[in-house]
Every structure is written in structure tokens, then in C-alpha cells.
Design a protein around this ligand. Structure first.
Ligand code: HEC
Ligand code: HEC
Ligand code: HEC
Ligand code: HEC
Length: 197
């Protein structure tokens, strides 16, 4: 009997893991923009990560495309989107071919996919913290914070240096050596130590 129960729990966890979806940065903003708890949204919106998609429209990006013999626009190229947006190829969105960007009027699913991608532009909270559909509930968020609930199983990832290096690596055309502590200091968005005391 006991064995059966454990199996059921394990498979329920597995099903949940498959179901985490990216919800977009506006959802996180709703609760994470108050000064007293650290205004993580404001801090993020002033960081380079919030401009990562626009960077693909710059002259510098066009130059990189040219040097690599790539003929598409950088802001539509999977080679660039994978690090300059959120959830590319990991459940957020995919660009199977250039036709992705211009779905016909009849192509409802195609139109929906492009619209969804709009919410995943830039390196947003979910690029580091994981897709938020489950953990964004107030009850879960507060439980994790209070330590009464494990983050594991809610989709909330505890980001580490390895998370950063999914993008900050030599595959980047403009790679600069990555020192975690130095870079983390530039994007620090901690909850103030005296908050909730
Ligand atoms: C309904 C409100 C709400 C939403 C939506 C929400 N959060 Fe939270 N989150 C909280 C609260 C409340 C806490 C506890 C700390 C606090 O009071 O600010 C928290 C804590 C956290 C923590 C710290 C957890 C820990 O280990 O202590 C992270 C990381 C986090 N949220 C990320 C996110 C991200 C990313 C999103 C968007 C996908 C998001 N949250 C959406 C309310 C929310
Ligand atoms: C999904 C990909 C991705 C992840 C994950 C990621 N970054 Fe970035 N990061 C970028 C991109 C792209 C830029 C360039 C943005 C621009 O200038 O347009 C960048 C820029 C930065 C910058 C600004 C450059 C500078 O040094 O002034 C800092 C700081 C930074 N990242 C820190 C981090 C840290 C720390 C982590 C992990 C906690 C991390 N990044 C995770 C993609 C990512
Ligand atoms: C493996 C992840 C990755 C890929 C793939 C990637 N980038 Fe980046 N890009 C970054 C990171 C990270 C930075 C921030 C530079 C840093 O601090 O290391 C960045 C910065 C930039 C910058 C700002 C220049 C600078 O020196 O800061 C431009 C322009 C750029 N990328 C264009 C592109 C283009 C165009 C493509 C596609 C051909 C592309 N990137 C593909 C991760 C990537
Ligand atoms: C580039 C990766 C990255 C992005 C983007 C990012 N975070 Fe974080 N976040 C981290 C890391 C790493 C930590 C742990 C920092 C530490 O321990 O010093 C963290 C910590 C937090 C914490 C807990 C702070 C504490 O004091 O315990 C909250 C809340 C949070 N992030 C919310 C957000 C929200 C909301 C967004 C988007 C508006 C966001 N983060 C964007 C990487 C990121």
C-alpha cells in the first residue's frame, strides 16, 4: 500500500514538472515592485537584461550578423534569441522557420505563438527563476519565503552561477569573461534584511 502511494506522489510531481509555463515579467511586477521589499522589478528594468532584445536591433548586432554570414534580422534569428530572450527552446517559444514571424490571418495558433513571444522578450525574471505559472501564487511564494514550503516541485529555480553561464559563455559573439560575484553585484535585487522584521 505504502509503495503505491509513493509512486502516485512521484508521478504527480512529474506531471506538475511538465506543466510549468512562462507567464511574463508583468506578473512578477504585480507583487515585486514595492520599495520596502526591494522593488525587484524596478531594479531589473534598469538593468542590461531588460534591454537584451532591443540590443538585437542595434548596429553592433547587424555587424555581428554580417560577420557570421547570417542573412536574417538578428531580432528574429534563433542563434541570437536563445540568449537575448526568455524560454527560447525550453518551453517558452520556438522559431521553427522564418515563417514563424508572419503567420497568415487564418493561422490562429501561429498568431498566438507570436503574441506569446512578445511577453518573453529580454532576459526576464523567469530566465533565472524558472517558469512561474505555479509558484507565482501568493500562498506558494509566502510559504517558500517562510521556509514552510520547498521550492522544489513549484518550478521556482534557485539560480546559481551555472544559471548565468547558460548564456554567459563562449558561444556568445561578444563574450566577456564572467566573474559571478562581480556580475551579481551589478544586478543585485535582494529583499532588504530588515523587511518583515
Ligand atoms: C501574488 C504575488 C506574487 C507574484 C505574482 C509573484 N511573487 Fe514572488 N514573492 C511574493 C511574496 C509575498 C514573496 C515573499 C517576499 C516578499 O514579501 O516580498 C515572494 C518571494 C519571491 C522570491 C524569494 C523566494 C525565497 O526563496 O525566499 C522569489 C525568487 C520570487 N518571489 C520570484 C518571483 C517571480 C520570478 C515571479 C514572477 C514569475 C513572482 N515572484 C511572482 C509574491 C509574489
Ligand atoms: C537567458 C540568458 C541570460 C542569463 C540566464 C543571464 N544573462 Fe546576463 N546577460 C544576458 C545578455 C543577453 C546580456 C546583454 C544584454 C544587453 O546588453 O543587451 C547580459 C548582460 C548582463 C550584465 C550586464 C553586462 C555588465 O557586466 O555590465 C550583467 C551584469 C549580467 N548579465 C549578469 C548576469 C548574472 C549575474 C546572471 C546569473 C545570475 C546572468 N546575467 C544570467 C543574458 C543572460
Ligand atoms: C550564448 C548566449 C548568447 C548568444 C547565442 C548571443 N548572445 Fe549576444 N550577448 C550575450 C551576453 C551574455 C552578452 C553580454 C556581454 C557580456 O557581458 O558578456 C551579449 C551582448 C551582446 C551585444 C552587446 C555588445 C556588447 O559588447 O556588450 C550584442 C550587440 C549582441 N550580444 C548581439 C548578438 C547577436 C547578433 C547574436 C546572434 C548572432 C547574439 N548576440 C547571440 C549572450 C549571447
Ligand atoms: C539574471 C538572473 C536573474 C534575473 C533576470 C532575476 N533574478 Fe531574482 N535572483 C537571481 C539570483 C542569482 C538571486 C539570488 C541572489 C543572492 O543570493 O545573492 C535572486 C534573488 C531574488 C529574490 C530573493 C532575494 C532575497 O533577498 O532573498 C527575489 C525576490 C527575486 N530574485 C525576484 C526577482 C524578480 C521579481 C525578477 C524580475 C523582475 C528577478 N528576480 C530577476 C537572479 C535573477
Amino acid at each position: 500500500m505504502r509503495k503505491v502511494l509513493i509512486l502516485l506522489l512521484v508521478s504527480a510531481g512529474f506531471l506538475m514538472a511538465q506543466n510549468f509555463e512562462y507567464v511574463g515579467v508583468k506578473k512578477c511586477k504585480m507583487c515585486h515592485n514595492k520599495t520596502k521589499s526591494g522593488a525587484q522589478y524596478k531594479v531589473w528594468s534598469e538593468s542590461a537584461h531588460a534591454k537584451a532584445f532591443d540590443t538585437l536591433k542595434s548596429d553592433a548586432a547587424a555587424k555581428i550578423m554580417q560577420e557570421r554570414g547570417l542573412k536574417t534580422n538578428a531580432w528574429e534569428a534563433p542563434e541570437c534569441l536563445k540568449c537575448h530572450t526568455t524560454g527560447f527552446g525550453t518551453g517558452g517559444y520556438e522559431v521553427k522557420d522564418a515563417a514563424f514571424w508572419t503567420p497568415s490571418d487564418e493561422d490562429k495558433a501561429g498568431k498566438k505563438a507570436v503574441k506569446r513571444m512578445e511577453g518573453l522578450k529580454n532576459v526576464t525574471c523567469e530566465a533565472c527563476h524558472g517558469p512561474g505559472s505555479t509558484y507565482k501564487s501568493m500562498k506558494i511564494m509566502k510559504g517558500i519565503r517562510a521556509g514552510t514550503l520547498e521550492a522544489e516541485g513549484t518550478g521556482l529555480v534557485v539560480p546559481t552561477e551555472a544559471t548565468c553561464k547558460q548564456c554567459h559563455n563562449e558561444e556568445s559573439p561578444s563574450y566577456k569573461p564572467f566573474v559571478y560575484e562581480e556580475r551579481m553585484a551589478k544586478i543585485a535585487h535582494k529583499i532588504p534584511a530588515d523587511y518583515g522584521k
